[in-house]
Design a protein around this ligand. Structure first.
Ligand SMILES: Cc1ncc(COP(=O)(O)O)c(C=O)c1O
Length: 447
């Protein structure tokens, strides 16, 4: 057994503030503006429900102030303009959708919808089993084959969500004397997967190769196996992992590399194959993970890797073993989505025209949109209360856009988060820019 057995199990990043706060739920004042979600995480009490009461009061007050924009109800398909039930007026209204991960508009692509309809007729509504027992249909095998082909890997495994694919894969591979080495801004599903394993969780500064090398060097002595884990496209900032430096570093210290392509698949790379293609590094990544719920327009997750790794994951990933496989209709739609990505590059080109237009326009207006390189566009605001008021006004002006607060991002980095789609028209983008400019000037966010 290595020295690691004595080491603390979770070692935080050695910089900046941590995403934690002291719970203030017990003394909720009634004014939601003074609180964040982190304040209601804990409330020491004999009754585990005790914390739900001040939280309900927090939500009610935030709703009353029109600051609570979670779970707005969509009444129609998610398109560039979407019918929404306004939570504050109770009225139906058409809003410009600027918060969806439906990057290519495939949720309503005729071929994708038709493939699902046909599979529903042929196979019925549900799969009726977990994949290892009675839940693997020819459709699941075909989808795995298509995903392996898209990612240039020997094989692929399909899970029922991207979340469960990350948690299942990481926990299938890491053991207690291993180290999970994460970029600090990795998605929660990757971090949760690491926490499940009993392995030591280390984090390096975001996309910082010196920080990564230091942790790799230390870990090489302290732990047995090492897995470096990064988002391909980071979900809050839209920037891209520095694979050309990460992969050689990992190799030097005998570490494996896993990337999460949730926001990259179908979006980046000349053929939409994701971050390895973008960096001309296909075939060099040990595990390519992703979700089927964003650009592919359905639901589910996957990993693509060698045949041996996929074979092992199918038996040791508990979220695969013990969870029913995707419904046939969803699976057939996803096969069609992969085909559309492979055969209709003009959709991705439209998305990229929109991305370039919005990056340039927002920067020209004077917004700070950080290091984004992709369809995820943060507009940094910093002050939570200002962000709540801005979000209310943006909603009232007919733009469906999500604010992101602490603890999802560090306190001083709260932001609006736009997600661009191929289906946005120039008129949608210009209307959004006009609203953002008016609100941005009013709240002094434009520099
Ligand atoms: C980077 C990243 N990984 C994984 C997931 C989880 O995927 P899914 O929604 O399919 O569970 C998400 C978001 O949903 C994500 O943004």
């Amino acid at each position: 057994m290595s020295e690691s057995a004595k080491a603390p199990k979770v070692r935080p990043v050695d910089d900046e503030e941590e995403l934690e706060s002291v719970s203030r739920a017990a003394s909720f004042s009634g004014d939601s503006r003074e609180y964040t979600l982190a304040d209601f995480y804990e409330l020491p009490d004999k009754d585990v429900f005790a914390k739900t009461r001040p939280f309900a009061a927090f939500v009610a007050d935030a709703h009353h102030r029109k600051h609570y924009l979670y779970r707005r109800t969509l009444l129609g398909p998610c398109e560039n303009r979407t019918l929404v039930l306004d939570p504050f007026t109770g009225q139906e209204r058409s809003m410009i959708m600027m918060a969806s991960n439906n990057y290519l508009g495939l949720t309503t692509h005729p071929k994708v919808v038709e493939a699902g309809r046909r599979a529903n007729d042929e196979f019925g509504a549900g799969s009726g089993g977990v994949p290892l027992l009675a839940g693997t249909y020819k459709l699941h095998r075909e989808l795995e084959r298509k995903l392996a082909e898209l990612k240039g890997c020997e094989d692929a495994v399909v899970f029922s969500s991207g979340y469960s694919s990350n948690v299942g894969t990481i926990s299938a591979l890491l053991r207690k004397n291993d180290a999970a080495i994460n970029d600090k801004l990795n998605h929660a599903s990757l971090i949760d997967g690491c926490r499940f394993t009993g392995a030591t969780l280390r984090a390096f500064k975001h996309n910082d190769m010196k920080s990564l090398e230091r942790i790799l060097r230390e870990s090489d002595k302290e732990y047995d196996g090492k897995l470096v884990i990064v988002d391909g496209v980071f979900s809050m900032d839209g920037d891209i992992a520095n694979l050309p430096e990460i992969v050689p570093l990992a190799r030097r210290y005998n570490a494996r590399v896993m990337i999460d392509e949730a926001h990259a698949t179908g979006v980046i790379g000349d053929h939409g194959r994701g971050t390895p293609e973008h960096h001309h590094m296909e075939g060099q990544i040990d595990i390519v993970a992703g979700t089927l719920s964003k650009a592919l327009g359905g639901v589910g997750g996957f990993i693509a890797s060698s045949a041996d790794v996929c074979n092992y994951i199918r038996t040791y990933a508990r979220s695969y073993m013990f969870s029913t496989s995707l419904p046939p209709a969803v699976t057939a739609s996803l096969i069609a989505s992969v085909e559309v990505i492979q055969t209709q590059p003009e959709i991705r080109q439209r998305l990229w025209e929109n991305i370039r237009y919005m990056h340039t326009s927002l920067r020209t207006l004077g917004f700070d949109i950080g290091p984004t390189q992709t369809a995820i566009v943060p507009i940094l605001v910093g002050d939570d209360l200002k962000l709540r008021e801005m979000s209310r006004e943006i909603h009232e002006a007919g733009i469906f856009l999500n604010p992101v607060y602490f603890p999802a991002v560090p306190k001083r980095l709260s932001r609006l988060r736009l997600s661009l789609m191929a289906t946005h028209t120039r008129e949608d983008l210009d209307t959004t820019l006009n609203v953002l400019e008016t609100v941005g000037r009013k709240y002094n966010v434009i520099h």
